[in-house]
Ligand binder design. Structure first.
Ligand code: GDD
Ligand code: MN
Length: 361
């Protein structure tokens, strides 16, 4: 049985994994270890290469996920497939310095810690050749996590760490799983203070392949933060949906007052224009922010817009019907209107989640 499983999430890392395997073999020496690649069906055939490696070295395995994406969930699934007492997580692209793995393991065992973080922000570590903008983004992202993680953890955004498997399994059901920041997720979701230490290393430049860090990763980070801060009160998606809805109300009033007061268009026409404009803007904003991870494009965008109109049209009917019914039952007018708005909005949220964005297989 291996003492440590090295879990490596991969997406299009064909040019890197053989080298990674060679480096791990060299540095881990007599340690009993295994290497688990978790590949999200990379178009460059990373999974096949990983399987070739495991034909040569039994310590290598590959989990191939189809129709799925996500660094964090890949890491969790790889870790849960391990029965070793320790799990290390690192990138496939050779940016994480494998030579500190023995030191990380030693810390973990000898001090009986839950987790040891490979850190760029303690003495002896560094971000290597990062330019100013990447440094700034990293700093801002770090600040946004303030209060969620222990103050004396210097690199909560690290993707390089070793953990006692049990600590990870304990937290597994509470993890958000959004995006890249599995370490941060782990600290917040542990439900108790984790005993940790940091080992310095210098982040290396990527030689082969490309970074997958993009606007979706940034969005997922935001969702993770919202979820971990106020997720117990409101689902992050519902929150985004309501914010977008609020902007729609503002746009509606702006259109209405411009047409009705400014251009003396009839009230009904101005109201209609405001409604259509607000619905359209809501659709595109929700597609961009609330459902960025399942963004509709091309023909599906058109179909999505039509279904959004249909659902929200029904929502408006429900709103009016319920408010009218409440009012006729002698409930105060403002309260009657509020009941209609709440039911209509919830309908819009639930039904568009199902029919507009939920159609993805
Ligand atoms: N399975 C899977 N699925 N793996 C993925 C996915 C995915 O959707 N996206 C990225 N990966 C893999 C990559 O193949 C690579 O092995 C690793 O995750 C990191 O991806 P990069 O795209 O190279 O990320 P990065 O270098 O920009 O970010 C790294 O450094 C950050 C520190 O600033 C990551 O380690 C981050 O977690 C870390 O915060
Ligand atoms: Mn990288």
């Amino acid at each position: 049985m291996p003492e440590i499983s090295i879990v490596v999430p991969t997406f299009s890392e064909a040019e890197n994994i053989a080298e990674l395997h060679a480096r791990l073999s060299a540095v881990l020496g007599s340690e009993s270890w295994e290497l688990i690649f978790v590949d999200d069906d990379s178009p460059d055939g990373t999974a096949n290469l990983a399987r070739e490696l495991s034909n040569k070295d039994q310590r290598v395995r590959c989990i191939q996920r189809i129709g799925r994406r996500g660094l964090s969930t890949a890491v969790v699934e790889g870790a849960l497939s391990s029965s070793a007492p320790y799990v290390a997580v690192m990138d496939a692209d050779l940016q994480h310095d494998e030579s500190i793995l023995p030191a990380m393991l030693h810390e973990l065992r000898s001090r009986n810690l839950d987790i040891v973080v490979g850190s760029r922000y303690v003495a002896g570590g560094g971000t290597g050749n990062w330019d100013e903008s990447r440094k700034t983004i990293s700093r801002i992202a770090g600040r946004m996590a303030k209060g969620l993680v222990p103050e004396d953890l210097h690199d909560p955004m690290s993707g390089f760490f070793a953990v006692r498997s049990e600590a990870l399994r304990d937290a597994a059901r509470r993890l958000s799983g959004y995006g890249y920041k599995i370490l941060l997720d782990l600290f917040v979701s542990a439900g108790r203070p984790l005993r940790f230490a940091e080992v310095p290393y210098t982040f290396k430049p990527r030689v082969h392949g490309q970074s997958k860090l993009d606007s979706l990763v940034a969005w997922e980070y935001l969702m993770l933060l919202v979820d971990k801060r106020i997720g117990h009160i409101i689902a992050p998606r519902l929150l985004f949906f309501l914010l977008v809805g609020g902007s729609g109300v503002a746009l509606h009033y702006l259109t209405l007052s411009t047409l009705f007061l400014g251009f003396h268009v009839s009230f009904t026409i101005a109201q209609l224009a405001g409604t259509v404009l607000a619905m359209t803007s809501n659709f595109f904003l929700n597609n961009l922010f609330t459902y960025r991870d399942q963004r509709l494009r091309g023909m599906r965008l058109v179909r999505g817009l039509l279904s959004f109109y249909a659902v929200c049209g029904m929502g408006a009917l429900a709103n009016i019907g319920i408010a009218a019914y409440a009012f006729s039952a002698n409930i105060e007018w403002a309260l009657s209107a509020a009941a209609g708005i709440v039911v209509g909005t919830l309908w819009n949220y639930l039904a568009t989640a199902r029919f507009t964005w939920g159609s993805r297989k």
